[in-house]
Design a protein around this ligand. Sequence first.
Ligand code: DX5
Ligand code: ZN
Length: 218
Amino acid sequence: MRTCCIHPSILSADFVNLQSELGRISTADAVHVDVMDNSFVPNLTLGLPVVKRIQAVSPVPLDVHLMIDDADRWAPEYAAVGAASVTFHAEAARAPIRLARELRSAGTRAGMALCPATAVEPYLDMLGELDMLLIMTVEPGFGGQSFLDVTLPKIRRAAEAIRGSDLPLVIQVDGGITKDTIVRAAEAGATVFVAGSSVYGAEDPAEAIAGLRRAASD
Ligand code: DX5
Ligand code: ZN
């Protein structure tokens, strides 16, 4: 039996009714908030003012995923909002170690994300600076894409490195997570699972969350 966390992504929710959409996932461990700037990724979602309101009304902690350029400038602002974790992309940060330290000293958990084609090896020596490593299992930018099995060896390598160095950080995966793919990601070593369409696309999001939890823990 493995422990796991399920973070539904509000990217797949109804943006006009965010407060009630948050209420439908109150059994989740956190809500995953995708911030996109139409530059780092070819899509635009929401920014600080909306994240502040989500923080004010959410029944669960916020897991903010920044798919934006100039992460060094903006990530600390999301920490100041009170998000439980703030994840920046390695590809968008000029000084990832400094940024991770800044996030932690602001009282949030520091996450760093890697796109599917970004290798984990250059970052192995800085894993101690992080609370979470997000391994993207689709190209970032859109919900509803298919899980990329090509990312599984990277999850395994990261999990081995973390086990080998006895670090407390967790591996999160994001993109294409369903009751089937979550099993492969969990076997590879991920313990935190972002799920957009498989939760908000379900008739009963609470049941979908429970189903994902069962599949990942078996
Ligand atoms: C994609 C986002 C994901 C997205 C996942 O760039 O980072 O969080 O919402 O959606 P699904 O689960 O539908 O692939
Ligand atoms: Zn995301």
